[in-house]
Design a protein around this ligand. Structure first.
Ligand code: COA
Length: 459
C-alpha cells in the first residue's frame, strides 16, 4: 500500500523539530509550510509553546486532530522514536530531512527505518533529503529570498541529490520554467524513483518526468515500470557517478552503489527513457518534452535573424541526425512576396538583421504550414531595434500549427525578461543554437519511442 496522497495532498502536516531559531532548517521549513500549505500545520517541539505564531506541541501524540504527514527535522538519533510515536498516532506518511544514516555508514539506523516501513504499513521519503516542493506544499529548507520558487508547470522532478535538485529549481524559477512536483528522495529507504514514477504516471499535472539518479536498487523493476510509463509520458534521466571516482562519491553521498555507465545507458534505452548526458540536458530536454508536441519526422526548418547563428544551428541539426529539407515552391513564393531581396529563403531561412515582428510572424506562418517541415527552430536575437515585445506573442501564436517549436534567444537582462515570458507560454528557450536544436532532436526521439510502441501494439 502506498500513501502517496498523504505525501502530495495532505490535509494536515506536522513538522517535528520545527525550530524557534531563525537560520535553523526546522525554522525555515516551518516558515515555508506556513505560507504555502493551506491545511492544518502542527509544529512539534518539546521546548516551545509557539513558533511563528503557530501553537507548538511537545510530541506528535499531543496533537488531538489527525495528521496526514510528518516532516522530520530532528537529529538522526531521534528519528526512530519520532516515527514510532507517529505510528501510534496513525500517521502513514513520513518525510525525513535528517542526515546521519547509511551515507555516513550508519546502516543499522537506516535498516531500523526500513523494518518499520515493512512491518507497520507506513511510507517514508528520505532520509537525508529535502522532501517535497509543490506550489501548495513547500517544505524546502531554503528561504525564498535565497532560492526562488518556479511557477506551476508540467515537469515533475525526482532527485537523489537535494542540492542538484534545489539548484535546478532556482534556475527554473529564474527562467520561468514551470514545475508540477519536486521530490528529493535522498537515501530512499522506502519510496524510490520506481514507486514515484508509477505514481506520476497517473498524475494529470505531470507531462514529463525528470530523474536525477545515482543508483537504482532494482534494475529489472525500474525498466519494467519505465517501459510502461514512457508509452504515456516522457521520462528524462540523468545518471551521475559514471566514473570510478564519481561512483565512490555516490557511496558517501546517499550510501548506495553506483553501476557502470553503459549498463544505465542501455537500461534507459530499453525502457524508452531519454538519457540526459549532462546536467544541462536534463533541464533542456524536460522543458521541451513537457511543453511541445513530438517531432513526427526528422525534417525541420531554421528561421533566423542572424546568419551566423543560422549556420551554427544548421551544423547542429545535421550532427543530431535531423534534416533541413527545401521548402515547397509555394512557401518560397509566399516568403519572396514579403521578404527583402537580401533575405535567404533557403533552409536556414535568414530574415536578416532588420527583421520586424511582422516579418517573423509571416515567415513562421508560411514555414509551419509547409508540408515538408515538421518542426521549427527559431532563432530570435531580440536585441534588434526593429523587434518589439510582441515578438513573444507571435511565437506563442505558432502553437496553433501543432508542430514543435524551440527557440534560441541569447543575451542579458533585457533578453531574459522576454525569454521568461516565452517559457511561461510553454515555449522552450535556449541560449545557444546547439541546445535549441538538440532539444528539437529529443522531441523526435520521443516521437520514435511512441511510434515503436504503436508498431508493437499493431503486431
Ligand atoms: N521533538 C521535536 N523537536 C525537538 C525534539 C523532539 N523530541 N527535541 C528537540 N527538538 C527541537 C529542538 O529544541 C530544536 O528547536 P529549537 O531550535 O527551537 O531549540 C529543533 O528540534 C531542532 O533540533 P536541534 O537539536 O537544534 O537540531 P538542528 O536543527 O541543529 O539539526 C537537523 C537537525 C535535522 C537539521 C540535522 O541533524 C541534520 O540532519 N542536518 C542535515 C540535513 C540535510 O542536509 N539533509 C539532506 C539534504 S540533501
Amino acid at each position: 500500500m502506498l500513501f502517496f496522497d498523504k505525501f502530495f495532498n495532505p490535509k494536515s502536516v506536522a513538522i517535528v523539530g520545527a525550530s524557534r531559531t531563525p537560520g535553523k532548517l526546522g525554522y525555515t521549513i516551518l516558515e515555508n509550510i506556513k505560507y504555502s500549505f493551506k491545511g492544518n500545520k502542527y509544529p512539534i517541539n518539546p521546548n516551545a509553546e509557539e513558533i511563528l505564531g503557530l501553537k507548538a506541541y511537545p510530541s506528535l501524540l499531543d496533537v488531538e486532530e489527525p495528521i496526514d504527514q510528518a516532516i522530520i527535522v530532528v537529529p538522526a538519533e531521534m528519528v526512530k522514536n519520532v516515527i514510532e510515536e507517529g505510528i501510534k498516532k496513525k500517521i502513514k506518511a513520513f518525510t525525513i530531512i535528517s542526515s546521519g544514516f547509511s551515507e555516513i555508514g550508519e546502516k543499522e539506523r537506516e535498516l531500523e527505518l526500513k523494518k518499520l516501513c515493512d512491518s507497520k504499513k507506513i511510507n517514508i521519503i528520505g532520509p537525508n533529503c529535502i522532501g517535497i516542493y509543490k506550489k501548495d506544499l513547500d517544505m524546502l529548507f531554503f528561504p525564498k529570498k535565497r532560492l526562488k520558487r518556479p511557477p506551476e508547470g508540467f515537469i515533475s522532478f525526482i532527485t537523489q541529490s537535494g542540492a542538484f535538485g534545489s539548484i535546478l529549481l532556482d534556475i527554473m524559477a529564474n527562467e520561468g520554467v514551470g514545475v508540477s512536483k519536486f521530490i528529493s528522495i535522498g537515501n530512499k529507504v522506502d519510496v524510490d524513483e520506481i514507486s514515484l514514477i508509477s505514481y506520476l504516471e497517473r498524475d494529470l499535472s505531470t507531462r514529463c518526468i525528470a530523474v536525477y539518479l545515482e543508483s537504482v536498487k532494482d534494475g529489472q523493476e525500474f525498466i519494467k515500470v519505465a517501459k510502461r510509463v514512457t508509452k504515456i509520458k516522457p521520462i528524462v534521466a540523468f545518471k551521475a557517478g559514471k566514473t570510478q571516482k564519481g561512483s565512490e562519491a555516490v557511496a558517501s553521498h546517499t550510501g548506495s552503489l553506483a553501476g557502470p555507465a553503459q549498463i544505465y545507458s542501455s537500461a534507459f534505452k530499453q525502457a524508452g527513457i531519454i538519457e540526459a548526458k549532462t546536467s544541462d540536458e536534463i533541464f533542456d530536454f524536460s522543458k521541451a518534452l513537457a511543453n511541445q508536441p513530438v517531432l513526427k519526422e526528422n525534417k525541420i526548418a531554421i528561421v533566423t535573424d542572424g546568419g551566423g547563428f543560422g549556420i551554427v544551428a544548421a551544423d547542429a541539426t545535421i550532427d543530431c541526425g535531423l534534416e533541413l529539407p527545401s521548402l515547397t515552391d509555394v512557401t518560397i513564393k509566399v516568403l519572396k512576396s514579403f521578404l527583402p531581396s537580401y533575405a535567404s529563403v533557403k533552409n536556414p531561412i535568414d530574415i536578416t538583421g532588420d527583421a520586424t515582428v511582422e516579418r517573423y510572424q509571416k515567415t513562421m506562418e508560411a514555414v509551419l504550414k509547409d508540408k515538408n517541415i515538421f518542426g521549427v527552430v527559431c532563432i530570435a536575437l531580440m536585441q534588434l531595434p526593429t523587434l518589439d515585445d510582441t515578438i513573444v506573442d507571435v511565437l506563442e501564436d505558432c502553437k496553433v500549427f501543432g508542430k514543435p517549436l524551440t527557440v534560441c534567444s541569447a543575451g542579458s537582462d533585457f533578453i531574459q525578461e522576454r525569454n521568461r515570458k516565452l517559457e511561461m507560454y510553454g515555449i522552450p528557450v535556449y541560449p545557444t543554437p546547439e541546445r535549441a536544436v538538440k532539444a528539437m532532436s529529443v522531441l523526435y526521439e520521443y516521437g520514435k519511442i511512441l511510434k515503436r510502441e504503436e508498431i508493437v501494439k499493431k503486431k
